[in-house]
Design a binder for this molecule. Structure first.
Ligand code: CS2
Length: 496
């Protein structure tokens, strides 16, 4: 991305040019490291980094973050050039505010220097490791939680080569930590996985067994490593040239690692940190003994409805979630999905009405200042749909209820995956299972019922009881037929 000539870059040396209200809450570089974060994407920068900085600002603590980019260098260079400083612009219909965050104490690139990451994980100063690596990087089968038979993971676990995968990095890091006697640590998944703490624990334990490490290491992990579950929430679209332009105007210097985000944020964290943690509650996080109900609420309502909006919106030709939501009848259909299906599929946290939460979610999606692309939310559907939609389906059907609106979301995903919008333009299928999804779609030979049967047979995506459910399959096929014949707009008009 172009740097505007004549505008200096954000960094320690230029901070004093930044308006006082936009400067960091902590003195950058002054906070010793206590956290390693894997996954330096926009979400981490606008979520955990902000909570951590605010917590340190109020309550102190040695909780500086070293951010690790597992693969891409794209964000490493700008952050390194900017002394690890970046800004978060909070966007609402009423305007924006921009603030530089000073919580990052260092950055590392795992792909080019995995040993540096292993060394960090073995550093006694590090007592918390957080992750936002996206669903697919866990390499877990979304339905069963089993570690996938991926050749890269297998090579990481079976050999001494430098680790290239998240399971490999964690395993090597924990082995080094145990060997160094570096003390207990919490590994905290902040990805939108179901029961993310339990999944991450499962990943580590499976990796340990596959790698055939000495029993001593298994015992050490059981004794010294915790896996608190979390619910994370903030809408943070991928940064664009506009993001950088808004940040530059607000800061007076250019920031090539800038992110923007909605005003809302939430973090519910299970309080199981054997080596301590930042006072995140002082920054508004909820510390609890069980985040499960919050996580289900958020994955099924917010993320489920997000995916629904993304697939229907992309098919109907809308570029952003906010624009898609304005299409006639969509919000009526989404409200019915929430009230008639999501809300009755699980027990929400005490005192929370799912329909009220859903209304708030829809108004957040409608924030006109957030240009969240439908295609961004649509990607990796095979990794997202189980926890966002299919668990809802399984619970509804087990209770003898209809899952007709959820079937519409699955049909929209199938039609999206087939690669053509209602106006005939091409839609990209960005998904680790793209090849298998395409093959299943192809084997249906254009017949909706056969297509549904073939795709629902993908057992990494569809729980067996959902795939075997005739009524649900018929609902999906009926929607797929309607979407194919009439397109999204007319299908919604007929249904709402
Ligand atoms: C979105 C999420 O990209 C997606 O799939 O549904 O990233 C969503 O914006 C966040 O989970 C909001 O907390």
């Amino acid at each position: 991305m172009a740097v505007t000539v004549g505008v200096s870059r954000l960094g320690l040396g230029t901070l004093r040019q930044v308006p006082a209200e936009s400067r960091p809450l902590v003195r950058p570089g002054s906070v010793p490291v206590g956290i390693v974060h894997l996954g330096l994407g926009a979400f981490h920068r606008a979520h955990q980094a902000v909570y951590t900085e605010e917590a340190i600002g109020v309550a102190g603590g040695d909780w500086g973050i070293v951010g690790v980019a597992p693969r891409s260098r794209a964000v490493i260079e700008p952050l390194a050039e900017q002394d690890c400083l970046f800004s978060v612009t909070t966007l609402s219909g009423e305007g924006s505010t921009t603030r530089v965050v000073g919580a990052l104490a260092g950055v590392r690139h795992a792909a080019s220097d995995p040993q540096a990451v292993v060394d960090l994980l073995a550093d006694p100063a590090v007592r918390v490791v957080t992750l936002t690596v996206t669903e697919k990087a866990y390499q877990l089968d979304p339905v069963t939680g089993k570690l996938r038979a991926d050749p890269e993971v297998a090579a990481d676990l079976a050999t001494d080569r430098p680790p290239t995968t998240v399971p490999g990095l964690l395993l090597r890091g924990l082995a080094a930590r145990a060997a160094a006697g570096a003390g207990p640590v919490a590994l905290v998944s902040c990805d939108n996985l179901p029961a993310n703490g339990t999944r991450l624990r499962g990943l580590v334990h499976q990796a340990l067994r596959q790698a055939r490490v000495p029993d001593g290491l298994l015992d050490w992990v059981a004794d010294q490593v915790t896996f608190p579950g979390t619910m994370v929430d903030r809408i943070v679209p991928a940064s664009t040239p506009d993001t950088l332009a808004v940040a530059r105007r607000a800061l007076g210097v250019s920031d090539l690692a800038a992110v923007d985000a909605e005003p809302y944020r939430q973090w519910v964290v299970e309080d199981d940190f054997p080596g301590g943690r930042p006072a995140w509650e002082r920054a508004g996080a909820v510390l609890t003994t069980d985040a499960g109900a919050w996580e289900r609420l958020k994955l099924r309502t917010l993320n489920g409805v997000h995916s629904a909006t993304a697939y229907l919106g992309a098919l109907a030709g809308y570029e952003t979630i906010a624009d898609a939501l304005a299409m006639p009848h969509l919000s009526t259909v989404l409200r019915r999905l929430i009230a008639e299906e999501v809300a009755v599929s699980f027990t929400p946290p005490e005192g929370v009405a799912v329909t009220g939460y859903g209304d708030e979610v829809l108004s957040r999606f409608a924030n006109p200042a957030i240009r969240h692309r439908t295609l961004q939310v649509a990607m990796d559907g095979s990794q997202k749909l189980p926890q966002r939609i299919l668990h809802t389906v399984a619970d509804l059907r087990a209770a003898g209820r209809s899952a007709r609106w959820a079937a519409l979301v699955v049909a929209a995903w199938l039609r999206f995956a087939a690669g053509q919008a209602d106006d005939g333009s091409a839609l990209p299928l960005d998904d680790p299972l793209a090849g298998r999804i395409r093959a299943a779609l192809g084997s249906g030979g254009g017949d909706p019922a056969a297509t549904v049967d073939a795709v629902l047979a993908l057992d990494e995506v569809f729980p067996a009881e959902v795939a075997a459910d005739d009524e649900f399959r018929a609902d999906v096929a009926a929607w797929l037929t309607a979407l194919g014949r009439h397109g999204v707009a007319a299908t919604l008009a007929g249904a709402a």
